[in-house]
Structures are given as structure tokens and as C-alpha cells.
Design a protein around this ligand. Structure first.
Ligand code: ADP
Ligand code: MG
Length: 397
């Protein structure tokens, strides 16, 4: 896969109508419907400002939540249009449909330097079906297509992939940043390349582990998925998270790591709890010696030292998955310490995965990373080495 895609800085957009796919899938307060975090809107601003300053008329579009092809008033993008307007300091015209009369009329009247936002793309079931007629209707309102919704590039939907068949297509700045930084980390990293993998389940990360074995110099495994590996090596893991049907996979990976030249490091000590609850009883034990009824909740200090040492010597670190149940304050230290180690490493540091990004932000290290991906699922598929339809549909540079 070529990650050097034609980007908006390669084109001339003066007087053009640009269909801009953004990721405005922001979290909403369940009770009030208010936007609780506008990070994704902020992330789209450089591309929007650039296009408007160039004299383009921008027709922005996005999905929000999972309305599954039905009109759900609580998932309207109207609040996003308002917030975007505040951030841009200029009005955002809102269309009350997607490719209907209102949208088409407003798009036709849109002037250079103006921006409008279409209603939630997923109110129409044809969006997720990648229906060509729907893609065509989106394309008909514009002259050019710009893809800047990194969070959905792993989906082959009408607005993320299908539309590129009907319009000249470009990557926006956010997509360019995501794919160039993550692409470099995987294809031409400063070495050693260290992958830090954690999170709840082995089964979620199988593709990533398989793709990185042979590519990375070292893989550090923490989080809930470490216990299946420890079990595979004959350790006692008590009531820790275990995916019994993945023990063979774990054994296989341990074997392959010996042949592939990728060092695979597992926790040597672990904090355990007697219940899966904040405020439970807490103890520190060697990793393979967890008593019955206790569960592994975080990596221990010896493991932190071991992992930190590997990170300190790295040229590139890719991190996906927290080291422990960082949502409980007493089990957050392993994850916090990894974030700090990345921040202080001097290496190229890439954080992918929704919870990992949230953890890095929570502990205040986000600004010190080379890149915190804005796409949880998309970054995971990227690390798995998948061909992403929303990237593949863009012409190479
Ligand atoms: P990401 O979103 O970064 O890809 P995941 O979704 O795979 O990460 O995993 C995040 C979750 O893993 C967190 O909610 C965290 O509580 C959980 N987790 C980490 N370590 C453990 C553990 N030892 N036992 C149970 N859950 C864990
Ligand atoms: Mg997650």
C-alpha cells in the first residue's frame, strides 16, 4: 500500500465546490445532547481553513453515531454545525437533508469561502451500503472530493470510498498526517521499532501481533491480554482475563517470535485485585503466580522498568492498548508510566486505539507524542496491515 497520496496542497481549489468528508462523530451527553468533546471537530479545522482560504466552497459531511439508516433527531449534526461555526468564526450553513432538495439548493447557492454541512450521512441506509446512486448524488453537488475522515477510512461507504469514483479525489491534511506518520512507523521506522500492545482482549489484537511479528524489533505485551500468554507459558493466572481459545495462538506467537527476530516481552510482575472494582484489595505478585480468585489488573514496577528500558532505547514506538485497568485509579500506574516513557523517549511515538488515546490524554502526555491517532478502529486496521478502502480510493501522488 502506497501512503503517499495526492493531497489538497497538490491541487487548486479556487472557485471549486469541495465535498469534504469529515469525522464529526463526536461524543454527546446522553441527557442534554450537548457535545462533550470537540476534539474531532478541531482536528478538521486545518483542512477546512485551507480550502476556504483558497477560495473553495466547502460542502462538509459526516456521520454521527449509529442511526442505521433511519432518521433519528437526537443524532442530527445541527449542534456540530453550530460548534464548527464557533471554532471557525464564520457561519456554517446547515442542510436539513443529505442529498435532498434542501442540501442541493444550498450547495448550488454556496459561494467561494462559504461552508455548509449536510445532515448525518447515516440517516440514509445507502451510505453504509456504499450505494453508487447515493455516492453519485453526493458527488453531483461538488466538483472535487476531499477525504479527511481518518476515523472512517477503514469503512467502504458511499462518502468514504464510493464517491471517489465520480470526482477527482484528494487527501486532507488530517488523513495525510495519519497515514504518513503511521505509514512511516510501519514501513520505514527509525529503529529499533518497539510495539507496546495491551488492552482487554487477545482476540482484538491478533491481526496486529501477526502483522508486527517480523516487522518490530520488540513487542511488549501488557494489559488483560498478557494473561493468556502467561497461561500459555504454564503460569497461574487466577481469575484474570483469559481467552482459553487463544492459548494456542499465544503459544504459536511465542514460538514465532523466536524465529522471526522480534523479541516478545511479557510482564514479570503484576498488580492483582480480589474483585474487578475500584477500591478492591490490591497485591503485587510475580506474573505467573496469581492466586485463585485474584485477577491481574496492572503491570507491576519491575515490568514498568523492563518496558521503559526497551522504550528508552527505541527509535520508534507504536502503542495500542492500555497496560492495565487504568479507569481504576489504583491500577492506572502501569499505563501512566508507559505514557511517560513514550513522552520522554525521544523516539517517534505513535498512539493508536481509542482507549489508549484517552489514557494518554488523561495523564497529560498527548502533546508530547509524535502522533495520537484520531481513529480507533481505523488505526487498529492500519496496524494490522489492512488495505483501507478510504485510503485505497485516493490516487497516489
Ligand atoms: P484501545 O481502545 O486502545 O485499542 P482496548 O479497547 O483494546 O484498547 O482495551 C482497553 C481496555 O482494556 C480498557 O478499558 C482497560 O480497562 C482494559 N484492560 C486493560 N488491562 C486489563 C486487565 N488486566 N484486565 C481487564 N481489562 C483490562
Ligand atoms: Mg477500545
Amino acid at each position: 500500500m502506497n501512503y503517499n497520496k495526492r493531497t489538497i496542497s497538490d491541487g487548486d481549489f479556487r472557485g471549486k465546490k469541495v465535498l469534504l468528508r469529515c469525522d464529526f462523530n463526536v461524543p454527546l451527553d446522553k441527557a442534554t445532547g450537548a457535545i462533550t468533546n470537540d476534539k474531532r471537530i478541531v482536528a478538521a479545522l486545518p483542512t477546512i481553513r485551507y480550502l476556504l482560504d483558497q477560495g473553495a466552497a466547502v460542502i462538509a459531511c459526516s456521520h454521527l453515531g449509529k442511526p442505521k439508516g433511519t432518521w433519528k433527531p437526537e443524532l442530527t449534526l445541527a449542534p456540530v454545525a453550530e460548534r464548527l461555526g464557533e471554532l471557525l468564526g464564520r457561519p456554517v450553513i446547515f442542510a436539513h437533508d443529505i442529498v435532498g432538495e434542501d442540501a442541493r439548493a444550498k450547495a448550488a447557492a454556496l459561494q467561494p469561502g462559504q461552508i455548509m454541512l449536510l445532515e448525518n450521512l447515516r440517516f440514509d441506509k445507502r451510505e453504509e451500503q456504499n450505494d453508487p446512486a447515493f455516492a453519485r448524488a453526493l458527488a453531483d453537488m461538488a466538483d472535487v472530493y476531499v477525504s479527511d475522515a481518518f476515523g472512517t477510512v477503514h469503512r467502504a461507504h458511499a462518502s468514504t470510498a464510493g464517491v471517489a469514483a465520480f470526482l477527482p479525489a484528494y487527501a486532507g491534511f488530517l488523513v495525510r498526517k495519519e497515514i504518513s506518520l503511521m505509514g512511516k512507523a510501519l514501513m520505514a521506522p527509525n529503529r529499533p521499532l518497539v510495539a507496546v500492545l495491551g488492552g482487554a482482549k487477545v482476540s482484538d489484537k491478533i491481526g496486529v501481533i501477526e502483522n508486527l511479528l517480523g516487522k518490530a524489533d520488540t513487542i511488549l505485551i501488557g494489559g488483560g491480554m498478557a494473561y493468556t500468554f502467561i497461561k500459555a507459558m504454564g503460569g497461574s493466572i487466577g481469575a484474570s482475563l483469559l481467552e482459553a481459545d487463544r492459548i494456542d495462538f499465544a503459544r504459536d506467537m511465542l514460538e514465532k517470535s523466536r524465529q522471526s527476530g522480534t523479541r516478545l516481552l511479557l510482564p514479570v510482575d503484576t498488580y492483582i485485585g480480589d474483585r474487578f472494582e475500584a477500591g478492591c484489595q490490591k497485591k503485587l505478585v510475580p506474573a505467573g503466580e496469581i492466586p485463585d480468585g485474584w485477577m491481574g489488573m496492572d503491570i507491576g514496577p519491575k515490568t514498568v522498568a523492563l518496558f521503559t528500558d526497551a522504550i528508552r532505547r527505541s527509535g520508534t514506538v507504536v502503542w495500542n492498548g492500555p497496560m492495565g485497568v487504568f479507569e481504576f485509579p489504583e491500577f492506572a500506574e502501569g499505563t501512566r508510566a508507559m505514557a511517560q516513557a513514550l513522552a520522554e523517549s525521544g523516539a517517534d511515538t505513535i498512539v493508536g486505539g481509542g482507549d489508549s488515546a484517552a489514557a494518554v490524554e488523561k495523564f497529560g502526555y498527548a502533546d508530547q507524542m509524535t502522533h495520537v491517532s484520531t481513529g480507533g478502529g481505523a488505526s487498529l486496521e492500519f496496524l494490522e496491515g489492512h488495505n483501507l478502502p478510504g485510503i485505497a480510493c485516493l490516487p497516489d501522488r
